[in-house]
Design a protein around this ligand. Structure first.
Ligand code: NDP
Length: 340
């Protein structure tokens, strides 16, 4: 198979093709309990930014790992059979053996239950880690009530586009998007059903962004799904009503800074306005044996409540470029690298 290998660290600025090589690696023998699998799509996700830094502990020359979706070619494990579609966190290698030990340690889920092979890209999006993250942050952390106002940053992206749609179509919220540029703002309203969209690139500081947000939500916001950090966090906090909640999912504006700037919080506001700020990670929801989040996402998707947009790249060689797009904002919706 072919592997994506880390070849140079990137401590500040955006990672791209100069930080990775594509190498051919041998396929191990298949032992009892293991699987021979083929990746059909590989994901590029912002959290991988951390493993490209020199303090990551990841040695140069080792393969990158992340979320892939694909099919089982051969199985020596009773829980899986040849032809099964899966999603999993594994090395970014096109064809590989997954040992019984690896299987017991990695998150993996069966996609054949929900989709067919031509829909496999959904397994790294709405039916994968980003979908589970959208569910976790909106449903379980923010806990929406019908009629409330929800603000979402990176609103046209993989997670944000789903958060907005669940908010609008399942919980009947007023939804406000923040995205970079007029095209993405139009997409947020037309495709993802946001009531309002603000172009954060027209604001050069927190006060200007706060003014845009207050114009879109004159009575303030009840919830903020935080993907970006920095002035987005400060503007959302300024617009947050009493009993408001902020789910801190990501902080992408700081991922490529050598020394991220802290945001200002005034504890008194939280006390007297009875507000809650909560960080979360998707891992417990992804590892949930009952798959509550995944099943809910699959049901909403089947009911037609969730539209999916993808930015597609073809060939494992293009993964570094796909990864770079997350930081330049060249993607809309989910970044998908097709590697079959
Ligand atoms: P996206 O598909 O949203 O892609 C990233 C987007 O972020 C870009 O398209 C760009 O959109 C926006 N962006 C990049 N740099 C900046 C910046 N400096 N300021 C404002 N916006 C910026 O990625 P995901 O949906 O996969 O991830 C969204 C967030 O969720 C990330 O922060 C990620 O780390 C986080 N996350 C957290 C998880 C958890 O468990 N807590 C799990 C999964 C994701 P634009 O053009 O609009 O600027």
């Amino acid at each position: 198979g072919k592997s994506i290998v880390l070849s140079a660290y990137c401590d500040s600025g955006y990672p791209g093709p100069e930080h990775f090589t594509i190498e051919t690696v041998p396929v191990d023998d298949l032992a009892d309990g293991g699987l021979l699998v083929q990746a059909l799509v590989m994901s590029a996700d912002p959290y991988l930014r951390a493993s490209v830094k020199s303090n990551s502990g990841k040695p140069l020359g080792t393969p990158m790992s992340g979320f892939i979706a694909g099919k089982v070619l051969e199985s020596k494990n009773a829980a899986w059979k040849a032809g099964d579609l899966f999603g999993a966190s594994l090395p970014f290698t096109t064809v590989q053996v997954v040992t019984a030990d690896q299987l017991s340690k990695t998150v993996s889920w069966k996609l054949s239950e929900f989709i067919t092979e031509d829909q496999i890209s959904l397994g790294i999006g709405v039916l994968g880690m980003p979908g589970v993250t959208a569910y976790a942050g909106l449903v379980d952390v923010l806990r929406p009530n019908e009629g409330e106002t929800l603000f979402v940053s990176a609103a046209s992206g993989a997670v944000g586009s789903l958060v907005g749609q669940i908010g609008k179509h399942v919980y009947k919220l007023k939804t406000i998007a923040s995205a970079g540029g007029p095209k993405k703002c139009a997409l947020c309203k037309d495709a993802f059903g946001y009531d309002e969209a603000i172009d954060y690139k027209t604001a050069s500081n927190t006060a200007e962004l706060t003014a845009l947000l207050k114009a879109a939500a004159p009575d303030g916001i009840d919830m903020y799904f935080e993907n970006v950090g920095s002035m987005h966090f400060e503007a959302a906090l300024a617009a947050l009503r009493a009993k408001g909640r902020i789910a801190v999912c990501g902080s992408i504006s700081a991922y490529s800074d050598a020394a991220p700037q802290p945001c200002a919080i005034h504890p008194g506001q939280l006390i007297y306005k009875l507000q809650r700020i909560e960080g979360f990670m998707c891992a417990p929801w992804l590892g949930d044996p009952k798959g509550k989040a995944l099943r809910a996402m699959a049901a909403w998707w089947k009911e037609g409540k969730l539209k999916v947009q993808e930015t597609d790249y073809h060939g494992v060689e293009r993964w570094p470029e796909a990864f770079n797009a997350l930081f330049t904002g060249a993607n809309v919706g989910k970044v998908v690298v097709h590697v079959a």
